[in-house]
Design a protein around this ligand. Structure first.
Ligand code: ZN
Ligand code: ZN
Length: 353
């Protein structure tokens, strides 16, 4: 089901590459040109709900790994990544107790946690083979880059966390990090400034600025849960606030992490999709409705412009070819949301670095 990500770059001979380039330049209509985005459809795979950012007593969480995993297992998740600060919480024993084939897995992870000139720089490593030491970066970008490279050396997939926590990471910083495909567009911790303020853009606005500037990053929603024993406390970093639905062939750590890295997922704070399909010509979406909710669907393009808004949970958009990118945001009547990943379109569309 997954299509290739680049044009014919890996094709054998120089002649093949030349022919492919000619076809790409002259024969394919602009809107149908394959860039870095695979076609995505809910019908084409299995979707797994998971959270990629969680803490335990092995760093500054208030509950044991067993208690934390149990919470997610009992609340309808299929996978959980444990990401303690600069610590790799072992997962073998947890999977022996809580794991079940096709139903639930715990994926090893770590939140590389650094302070660079008073700024908190945090980068998650998902499905790392062993612990990654937080690097000494000369500045915020250097710290993120060294973290990303260290995580990749350990077979993991990196995501940059909560850019506005401590107002640490700017759009310009994120744009300069190479080999990074993911960053948090929503984090459930109450002190991370998702919405921005004081002249600093919110995370979704940052996302549109990056995409408009030509940088293709995928957006994850996470809990960053620390507190499982403070129910009802609005200042707690509680679980169940942000998650992803990942499309993968099987519930296996490497397949989940690679699907994330390829943008084969959507992010949510409570909206679930029944159908989603996207290619360079059309994007269609259908929400799995709840009885008490109403929905709006926005198709958003270059510059963060709303290209089309539909006052319903089912909507479709015909790609024109000059949008740069198109992504979908679903707004539920109680404030819940879902975000699909951007589809790069046209000559000026964003690309992965
Ligand atoms: Zn953090
Ligand atoms: Zn965290």
């Amino acid at each position: 089901m997954r299509t290739s990500f680049g044009p014919a770059a890996s094709a054998g001979s120089r002649r093949t590459v030349l022919i492919a380039a000619l076809i790409t330049a002259f024969l394919l209509p602009l809107a149908a040109r394959a860039r870095t985005q695979p076609a995505t459809t809910l019908a084409g795979g299995r979707w797994f709900k998971g959270n990629t950012h969680t803490h335990t007593v092995n760093s500054d969480g208030d509950s044991t790994p067993d208690e934390v995993v149990r919470w997610y297992r009992e609340h309808g998740y299929q996978f959980l990544v444990l990401t303690d600060h600069n610590y790799l919480t072992p997962t073998t024993g947890l999977n022996a107790v809580h794991g079940a084939p096709d139903k639930f897995i715990v994926i090893p992870g770590e939140e590389l946690t650094m302070t660079v000139a008073t700024k908190p720089v945090h980068v998650n490593g998902v499905a790392i083979a062993s612990i990654v030491a937080p690097p000494n970066g000369s500045d915020v970008v250097d710290a993120m880059q060294r973290s990303v490279d260290g995580i990749r050396r350990m077979g993991g997939v990196p995501h940059v966390n909560h850019p506005n926590f401590g107002w640490a990471v700017t759009v310009a910083d994120l744009a300069r990090v190479e080999r990074l495909n993911l960053f948090e567009i929503y984090n459930g911790h109450p002190q991370v400034n998702n919405a921005g303020g004081g002249g600093v853009p919110g995370l979704e606005q940052m996302w549109d600025q990056l995409l408009t500037a030509g940088r293709l990053l995928y957006g994850v929603a996470v809990d960053d849960a620390h507190h499982f024993k403070r129910p009802g406390d609005p200042t707690a970093a509680a679980p169940g606030r942000g998650w992803v639905y990942v499309r993968a062939d099987a519930l296996e750590p490497r397949m989940i992490s690679e699907a994330l890295d390829h943008g084969d997922f959507y992010a949510s704070t409570g909206v679930e999709l029944a159908e989603y399909s996207a290619d360079q010509t059309r994007i269609s979406i259908k929400v799995k409705p709840t009885a008490w909710s109403k929905y709006r669907v926005q198709f958003i393009g270059g510059g963060g412009r709303v290209l089309s808004e539909v006052a319903d949970g089912s909507a479709s958009y015909a790609v024109k070819g000059d949008e740069g990118y198109v992504r979908v945001k679903v707004l539920e009547s109680n404030g819940l949301m879902a975000w699909t990943q951007p589809v790069a379109v046209g000559r000026g569309g964003p690309a992965r670095h």
